[in-house]
Design a protein around this ligand. Structure first.
Ligand code: HEM
Length: 440
C-alpha cells in the first residue's frame, strides 16, 4: 500500500491507549483499531498489543490466522511501518553482547542489556505452567557461551576441593524442577552441618572487571533435603535455555531470584556470605527515609525469602470492562470477573486472596488454583479468580479501582501503600496491586 503514509516504530508506540488511539502493526502494515477494540471477540486482550506488533500475539492465538480476520484488519490500515534500521554497534562481533540468545517477541524488555523482561501481564495468568519461552528473564550481565563438553563445576567444602563434569551431576538422583539435589552433592563431598554457615555460588557471567556474578544462601537451607535446593539442568522437561542458565543453574525455591545463580561454575562452603556486589551492596531493604547519603549496606540483611505478594492480571489497567448481568438480582446488578496470581517466599502457601472495588469497604475472597504441596515447601504460585459485584452507582460513575491483597500461611499480609515500604533500591515492592478500569 505505497499510497499510505510511513510511520516509525516510536510513532506507533505513542498510540497505546484509547485516549491516544490504539495503533498496532502487523508485518509492515500500521493499523488504527480504536473503534474495533470494544467489539473485539477476545476482549481487552487486544490492549496488550497497543502501540506494538500483533504478530507474536497471533502466533499464540491462532484463531486470527484466517482470511476473514486478515480482511477485517486490512480495513483498519492507516499506513506502512518504516523498515528496520542498521543493526546497533552492540551486535558487532567483539561486543560482550554479541552472543545473546534469541528471545520470544512477547518478552517485553525493561532493560535490553542486560536482558530483563517478562511477558505482558494479561497473558500471565492464562495457564498454571508458563511456557519456557515466555518465562520471565532476569540477567545482570551478558549471557555466557558454555559448551557442555567444557563445562566444569568446582566444589570446595568438607575439607576438600573437587571438579565435577556435567555427566557426574546428571548421574545423581534426578528431582522435580529437574536436577540434582544440592544436599546430595554436599553430602557426597563430606560437608558437615556445623562446618560453616553459608554456601557461596558463582556464575560464568562476568562483569567488566572479570568478576563473576555471585550470591550465597544459608548452609542449613542447602543441606536440608526439605530445603529442595536443586542444581537444575531441565525446565519443564526441556534442557535449560541459555537465558535461564545453561547448562546448570541453582534453584533455591522460596528464595529471591538473585540467589538462584545461573551458569553455575563454583560452590564454596564458607563462614562468610558471598562478597559479591549483589550479595553485599544490592538486594537489601531499607527504611523509606534512608537515602543515598545515609545508606549503610553493611548494616542491612541480604534478602533471602521474599514477602507475600499478588497481582491482578485481567482486566488490565485502563481497559473497559463489560459487567456480567446477574440473573437472580435486579436490573442493572452484575459483577466483573478478575483474575491474577499470588505468591509468598520461604515455601509459605497462599491461604487467601481478598479483593475490593470500593476502597476496602467490602472484600471478596477469590477462588484459588494451586499445587497440593505441604506448607513450608509450597513454592509454586497460586492463580486466583474472583467475582466482584458492581453496584448501579458504580456503573453510573463508570470508573472503578480494583485492589488485591494476598495472605500467606503465616498470616503475613501485603501492606496497603507503596509509600510506606519504598526503599532506595526499589526492592520488596509488595503493596496491594491497584488497577483502575472503566465499567461499561
Ligand atoms: C478472537 C480480531 C488482536 C486475542 C478474535 C476474533 C476476531 C479477532 C475476528 C474472533 C475469531 C474467531 O473466533 O473466529 C482481532 C483483530 C485484532 C486482534 C482485528 C487486531 C488488532 C488481538 C490481540 C490479541 C487477541 C492483540 C491478544 C493479545 C484474541 C483472543 C480471541 C480473539 C484470545 C478469542 C476469544 C474467544 O474465542 O473467546 N480476534 N484480534 N486479538 N482474539 Fe483477536
Amino acid at each position: 500500500r505505497p499510497e499510505l503514509p510511513t510511520y516509525k516504530a516510536d510513532q506507533v508506540e505513542q498510540h497505546n491507549c484509547p485516549e491516544n488511539r490504539i495503533w498496532v502493526t502487523y508485518g509492515l502494515g500500521v493499523y488504527d483499531v480504536t473503534d474495533f477494540a470494544d467489539n473485539h471477540p477476545g476482549g481487552d486482550k487486544i490492549l496488550m498489543a497497543a502501540g506494538s506488533a500483533i504478530d507474536p500475539f497471533w502466533a499464540i492465538y491462532q484463531q486470527h490466522n484466517t482470511l476473514e480476520v486478515l480482511e477485517l484488519l486490512e480495513g483498519f490500515r492507516i499506513g506502512n511501518l518504516e523498515g528496520p534500521l542498521v543493526a546497533s554497534v552492540d551486535d558487532e562481533l567483539g561486543s560482550p553482547w554479541a552472543q545473546e540468545p534469541p528471545r520470544h517477541a512477547l518478552l517485553k524488555p525493561a532493560s535490553k542489556r542486560p536482558f530483563n523482561a517478562e511477558p505482558p501481564i494479561g497473558l500471565l495468568a492464562e495457564q498454571f505452567y508458563t511456557p519456557n519461552e515466555l518465562f520471565y528473564v532476569r540477567n545482570h550481565l551478558p549471557v555466557p557461551v558454555i559448551s557442555p563438553e567444557d563445562y566444569e563445576l568446582e566444589i570446595e567444602g568438607g575439607g576438600k576441593e573437587q571438579t565435577l563434569s556435567l555427566e557426574r551431576i546428571k548421574a545423581l538422583p534426578k528431582h522435580s524442577w529437574s536436577g540434582a539435589r544440592l544436599c546430595d552433592l554436599l553430602r557426597q563431598q563430606g560437608v558437615q552441618p556445623d562446618e560453616a554457615k553459608h554456601v557461596i555460588f558463582e556464575g560464568a557471567d562476568l562483569d567488566p572487571t572479570s568478576h563473576p556474578y555471585g550470591a550465597s544462601i544459608p548452609l542449613a537451607k542447602a543441606l536440608d533435603p526439605r530445603g529442595d535446593v536443586i542444581l537444575a539442568y531441565e525446565m519443564n522437561d526441556e534442557p535449560l535455555s541459555r537465558d535461564h542458565g545453561y547448562p546448570i543453574r541453582v534453584i533455591v525455591p522460596g528464595t529471591v531470584g538473585a540467589r538462584n545463580v545461573k551458569w553455575l561454575t563454583r560452590i564454596v562452603v564458607a563462614d562468610r556470605e558471598s562478597d559479591s556486589h549483589w550479595q553485599q551492596n544490592d538486594y537489601k531493604g531499607f527504611s523509606p527515609s534512608t537515602d543515598w547519603d545515609t545508606v549503610d549496606f553493611g548494616k542491612s540483611e541480604a534478602i533471602q525469602a521474599m514477602p507475600v505478594t499478588s497481582a491482578i492480571c485481567t482486566p488490565q489497567a485502563g481497559s473497559r470492562v463489560k459487567v456480567e448481568q446477574d440473573e437472580a438480582k435486579g436490573e442493572g446488578e452484575g459483577h466483573i470477573t478478575v483474575r491474577g496470581y499470588a505468591w509468598s517466599g520461604g515455601g509459605r502457601k497462599i491461604v487467601r486472596v481478598d479483593l475490593t472495588n470500593d476502597e476496602g469497604l467490602s472484600w471478596h475472597v477469590a477462588e484459588l488454583e494451586q499445587e497440593d504441596s505441604p506448607d513450608g515447601r509450597h513454592y509454586g504460585w497460586s492463580l486466583w479468580t474472583a467475582r466482584l459485584p458492581v453496584s448501579q452507582a458504580q456503573r453510573r460513575a463508570g470508573d472503578v479501582e480494583i485492589w488485591a491483597k494476598a495472605v500467606d500461611s503465616a498470616y503475613n499480609v501485603q501492606p496497603e501503600k507503596f509509600e510506606h515500604i519504598w526503599n532506595l533500591r526499589g526492592v520488596l515492592a509488595n503493596a496491594y496491586h491497584k488497577v483502575k478500569v472503566k465499567i461499561v
